[in-house]
Design a protein. Structure first.
Length: 170
């Protein structure tokens, strides 16, 4: 895989000028705290109206909406697993979040896609393991597919940046 197809940045995902940002949503898709709250705040009330029509989303799956007032044209909402110690399918459900989001990006011919650390906030997934899953699933997908052309991992207010940096340098 061409290394230029994966980027790493620190910052607020809601400010990115990309084709799509991924939201770490909950099963209701009706907004919440963390990055979900920030995305709804920045996108404006029309995002909630569109989300209400989607009838929620299962854990490990993903659904796409418009980006409304965001610079990003679309939001892909995925629902990560809550971490219950690692013996409740958390690993495969988180992998499925990345696979499902990337599959939607492929279908919609999205060129640039940005991910926050799904499940690594309120849902308590260990950050190092989450980063490993994120990078592995993304690399695997990009090797086989033309879209998305570029994936950006966005780290926010913690030390995940170095974790991702090491994984991406391998
Ligand atoms: P979850 O419920 O899936 O754990 P959270 O929103 O609580 O989702 O956290 C997911 C990750 O998103 C955390 O690593 C958190 O630091 C990060 N995050 C929170 N706000 C933003 C933001 N504005 N931009 C990018 N990442 C963010």
């Amino acid at each position: 895989m061409n290394k230029k197809r994966v980027e790493l940045i620190k910052g607020d995902i809601t400010s990115l000028d990309v084709d799509a940002i991924v939201n770490a949503a909950n099963n209701s898709l009706l907004g919440g705290g963390g990055v979900d709250g920030a995305i709804h705040e920045a996108a404006g009330p029309d995002l909630l109206i569109e989300c209400k029509r989607l009838n929620g989303c299962e854990t490990g799956h993903a659904k796409i909406t418009d980006g409304f007032r965001l610079k990003a044209k679309h939001v892909i909402h995925t629902v990560g697993p809550v971490w219950y110690g690692g013996y409740h399918d958390e690993h495969s459900l988180l992998a499925s979040c990345y696979q499902s989001s990337l599959a939607i990006a492929k279908e919609k011919k999205i060129k640039t896609l940005a991910f926050p650390g799904i499940s690594t906030g309120a849902y308590g997934f260990p950050k190092d393991l989450a980063a490993l899953i994120a990078v592995n699933e993304t690399k695997r997908f990009l090797t086989k597919n033309v879209y998305p052309e570029k994936v950006i991992f966005v780290t926010y207010g913690d030390d995940s940046y170095e974790t991702y940096r090491k994984l991406l340098d391998q």
